[in-house]
Design a protein around this ligand. Structure first.
Ligand code: CA
Length: 380
């Protein structure tokens, strides 16, 4: 668990030890040796995929009576068939092949879940997000390849990932712009000294997949499947690259909260925001959904598997898919990951183009950060 965070934490601890002239240190982690992780897409992932303790806690959360069947702030999306997958040459290999996919009718939140909404949930349930909990060393070590050194105690304290813009161009490695900050959580998005005062209408961040699922349970909703998310993002059109059409993101009116300038060290802020924007600051898509591109990445229900699209292409039409049973990311083979969609304020064409409707990204279920949030759906 928190494999990604742990690697960054090691890097930061070592950086701290190297003052006054910081030096980056490569951490070599043994590769996974479990071949079943690679291609057994239909096989349900082993129990180690999710923390049983957290799952039990989340499953015990009862839906709030006032939230049940309350579709305020949601839009009904009529189901249908679409071509799911990459639409242009920016698409990565895991977005192909395109596959005809059907989804049922569903309701979807018009906006990302806000701080105000999440605060109501926490007030009602006393739920503590993963970023507010100390890391369970036993669970962490169970997730790591054999031979990985145990983390120092300070790396186990509650913490989360905060964007820290470098002042000049740096190698293409997130360790150069993400900082592990103790005390960073949804109430303190930039660290313990920061707050969300006056930011009721901003998307909640530093939430993990678990936290998003916990909120969804309380709200009587669920997280969208990856197919539902992409279908919704396309806004009733077929084959277009972005929620707004095909006009490149840098041209015309500003269409989303994304990174203008040279990522990650120079942000022109043409969209008016250096970091997060209040939800619905930009025009909605054809379904009336806001920020399907940019602002924060949004958690989906599905596991991420690099070979999922070729696998499902064996079927002529994929009907209401719920994703693979197993997770596999060749970049971090021992970390089971969930799909995130839509890009964040950190995306631009030179880096991830995550605001494309077909763009996929992935993160471990217990990792939160300053640029990941979520929205929920509900069956019709
Ligand atoms: Ca978004």
């Amino acid at each position: 668990m928190r494999y990604q965070i742990y690697l960054l934490a090691i890097c930061i601890v070592l950086l701290g030890a190297c003052k006054p002239k910081p030096k980056r240190v490569e951490v070599v982690v043994p590769k996974a040796e479990d071949p079943t992780m690679c291609y057994d897409i239909d096989k349900t992932g082993p129990p180690r995929y999710l923390s049983p303790k957290l799952v039990a806690e989340i499953e015990a959360i009862q839906p709030a009576a006032a939230m049940l069947a309350n579709n305020t702030g949601m839009v009904l999306i009529k189901g249908g068939q679409f071509e799911m997958g990459g639409d242009n040459d920016q698409a990565r290999t895991d977005e192909f092949p395109k596959v005809p996919t059907k989804v049922n009718d569903f309701w979807m939140d018009k906006t990302e879940v806000t701080n105000a909404q999440f605060a109501k949930f926490v007030a009602a349930t006393n739920y503590k997000t993963v970023a507010e909990r100390a890391i369970d060393v036993g669970e962490l070590m169970a997730q790591l390849p054999p031979g990985t050194p145990p983390p120092p105690p300070e790396a186990l304290e509650p913490l989360s990932l905060v964007f820290d813009a470098p002042t000049q161009q740096v190698p293409d490695n997130p360790a150069y712009w993400w900082r592990m900050v103790k005390g960073a959580d949804w109430r303190h998005p930039a660290g313990p000294e920061s707050s969300i005062e006056g930011k009721d209408n901003f998307p909640v961040v530093h939430v993990s997949w678990y936290d998003a699922k916990a909120y969804a349970n309380w709200a009587g909703k669920r997280l969208p499947t990856e197919a539902e998310w992409e279908y919704a993002s396309r806004g009733g059109t077929n084959g277009q690259i972005y929620p707004w059409g095909n006009e490149p993101i840098e041209e015309g009116t500003v269409k989303a909260n994304f990174w203008q300038g040279n990522f990650p060290y120079f942000n022109e802020q043409k969209d008016g925001f250096e970091r997060l924007a209040p939800v619905a600051s930009f025009a909605p898509n054809g379904y009336g959904l806001y920020d399907m591109a940019g602002n924060v990445w949004e958690f989906c229900a599905d596991w991420y598997h690099v070979n999922y699209y070729p696998h499902r292409a064996k079927n002529k039409i994929v009907d209401n898919p719920f994703g693979p049973g197993n997770s596999y990311d060749p970049d971090e083979q021992t970390t089971p990951k969930k799909v995130i969609r839509g890009g964040s304020f950190l995306c631009n064409d030179s880096y991830c183009s995550g605001y494309r409707v077909a763009a996929r990204m992935k993160t471990s279920a217990d990792t939160g950060s300053e640029h990941a949030g979520f929205r929920c759906v509900r069956d019709k």
